[in-house]
Write a protein that binds this ligand. Structure first.
Ligand SMILES: [Zn+2]
Length: 255
């Protein structure tokens, strides 16, 4: 028997046993996989996701149901620890006992952070690929995104801090690219189709009247500036609806 522990502190016991019912030529892994696939799948169902920093994934189905998948929350907790450790270490003499010790602790903490984040992304992608019923999963193409804030000519200390935090999140912590990779292989495994489409203007555009307006990152709610429309909607939800509509329009008339 093997006892193991996962990142959340849950313990698992694994053991081998003889299953009298099982045919010799059957792979036990195959067995569980088939069970999972038996979840009801809506063959013509579509689910579109907006991927982001604040909320990892905001989704909307073709039936108009919304999903919010939060993602990893502990950046600040870990980053604070890591910053402290690094500054402590950098004040020590290189190669000294304390320096080496602090380096080890730093490594351990950053590994813990990475594991925790990966675990979150795995769970979220598993939810989308394995648990939700819609067969088609649509996401926006991340490579078109410009997420990193540029330095302004004259920025206040607060703005500077904000820019540094944001850029750090994009480069080190965000893990969205890894998330898309996980989605890719999990969708394949669960028999779903993953579509990656252009997300140009999906945040700027009103999902009701197609009016476009600027949406700086701090605006969390979309308030349509078109008087005749007046749509008020969560920023990510609005974007998810646009991605869904764009995908459905691309497919042409339904048969
Ligand atoms: Zn509108």
């Amino acid at each position: 028997m093997a006892v193991s522990r996962d990142a959340c502190g849950n313990y698992y016991c694994s053991f081998v046993y003889d299953d009298a019912e099982q045919h010799q030529d059957q792979d036990p892994k195959e067995n569980t996989r088939k069970k999972r696939e038996q979840r009801p799948m809506r063959e013509d169902g579509t689910m579109a996701f907006d991927l982001g920093i604040k909320t990892l994934a905001t989704g909307v189905t073709d039936q108009g149901r919304f999903y919010h998948i939060g993602g990893f929350k502990g950046y600040r907790y870990y980053n604070k620890q890591l910053d402290k450790l690094r500054s402590k270490r950098d004040r020590c003499k290189k190669k000294s006992r304390r320096y080496i010790h602090l380096s080890k602790v730093y490594k351990r903490v950053s590994e813990r952070k990475r594991n925790k984040q990966r675990d979150c992304l795995h769970k979220a992608s598993h939810l989308i690929a394995g648990k939700l019923a819609e067969r088609a999963v649509v996401i926006g193409d991340l490579s078109q995104r410009q997420m990193v804030m540029k330095k302004k000519e004259s920025e206040t200390p607060k703005e500077r801090n904000k820019r540094r935090i944001r850029n750090r999140m994009v480069y080190n912590d965000w893990g969205l690219y890894g998330f898309v990779q996980m989605l890719e292989y999990k969708c394949l495994r669960f028999g779903k189709e993953l579509y990656i489409i252009s997300e140009r203007d999906t945040t700027k555009m009103c999902s009701a009247c197609q009016n476009k307006q600027d949406m700086p990152l701090w605006k969390r709610t979309y308030r349509c500036s078109n008087e005749n429309c007046g749509l008020v909607m969560d920023r990510d939800e609005n974007s998810a609806v646009n991605i869904r509509e764009r995908f459905l329009a691309r497919l042409g008339p339904h048969t």
